[in-house]
Write a new protein. Structure first.
Length: 310
């Protein structure tokens, strides 16, 4: 009897297991499989969207033939966006797949939350640096070799990364600036620069003659073969801009290529000095027209008062 009962019990258990397995398959196909397919399709669509923008950035980088540094920056940003987006999409898909297969996510999410809080508190400034660095590169705010004014400092950009910017001023001092501290950018090397020289002339000179001489001198610099490719517009003599005592200021402006003001201004100063000397035009604050008062020596003994007879 016992031997006959065992096969019947095994058969009953097999039948129950087969029915449960059949129900699980039907339940998975009817409920879980559509969710799984939806998650995978959505992940694929997001991946294609990310790839579209990454390819657009790479095509833009390929068009930067004359600016290799800019092309390298765009490719770097494209690679970072691609890797970060793929990692985020993969992590979200993994969480949903595990939930579909009824795997408890509470310990995993709790551990990830604790680790995320620790990393967030410790790397908050680094994240701000990198985020601002990405926008600097994408928006092309400045590039290596350009003269900029950022975080209250002015100089030439020597290096630019996602986290920081290295700036060197005219004295040779190297500044290392975290990108999160850059709120306003003044780019002095874009499109063109204005070479402005304020010429101070004595008030005794005829203003019309002074402006005519300045216009002639500035035009000679503009048409010089050494500066013809640097100066991109005719000079502009603005007239009398300021009067301080006997000093009258005449601004002279020449539009030049970006970051090319200094050589034009040096040559303009040299020619103005030579021409003014020939034309007899006195510069402002001429020592010959200044009254110099000698200050009394505080250590000298008091002067002897003359005796007046009674």
């Amino acid at each position: 009897m016992l031997l006959q009962a065992l096969p019947l019990q095994d058969e009953r258990i097999s039948r129950v297991l087969a029915r449960d397995w059949h129900d699980d398959v039907i339940n998975f196909v009817s409920k879980d499989l559509p969710r799984l397919l939806f998650i995978l399709i959505l992940a694929f669509v997001l991946q294609r969207i990310v790839l579209f923008f990454v390819n657009r950035m790479r095509l833009r980088a390929d068009k930067q033939v004359a600016n290799g540094q800019r092309a390298a920056q765009l490719r770097t940003v494209a690679a970072i966006i691609r890797a970060t987006s793929y990692s985020l999409i993969g992590f979200i898909v993994l969480l949903h797949v595990l939930s579909i297969f009824n795997i408890n996510l509470t310990p995993l999410l709790a551990s990830a939350g604790v680790v995320g809080v620790g990393i967030g508190l410790g790397a908050q400034s680094i994240f701000k640096d990198m985020l601002n660095g990405i926008f600097i590169l994408i928006e092309d705010q400045y590039n290596v070799g350009e003269v900029v004014k950022i975080a209250g400092l002015q100089g030439t950009v020597e290096d630019l990364t996602l986290r920081l910017t290295r700036l060197r001023d005219g004295d040779g001092t190297l500044y290392i600036i975290p990108n999160s501290q850059i709120a306003t950018v003044s780019n002095l090397s874009r499109d063109f620069s204005l070479a402005t020289l304020n010429v101070s002339v004595d008030a005794s000179a005829n203003p019309d003659k002074v402006m005519a001489v300045l216009r002639e001198v500035a035009a000679s610099v503009r048409n010089d073969s050494a500066f013809r490719d640097i100066a991109i517009a005719d000079p502009n003599i603005l007239g009398v801009d300021k009067i301080e005592g006997r000093a009258v200021t005449y601004p002279v402006q020449i539009r030049v290529r970006a970051n090319q003001r200094d050589p034009v201004l040096r040559e303009l100063r040299r020619r103005i000095i030579i021409t003014f000397e020939k034309e007899g035009i006195p510069l402002g604050n001429d020592p010959a027209n200044m009254l110099i008062l000698r200050a009394p020596n505080p250590t000298a003994p008091p002067a002897q008062q003359p005796l007046i007879g009674s």
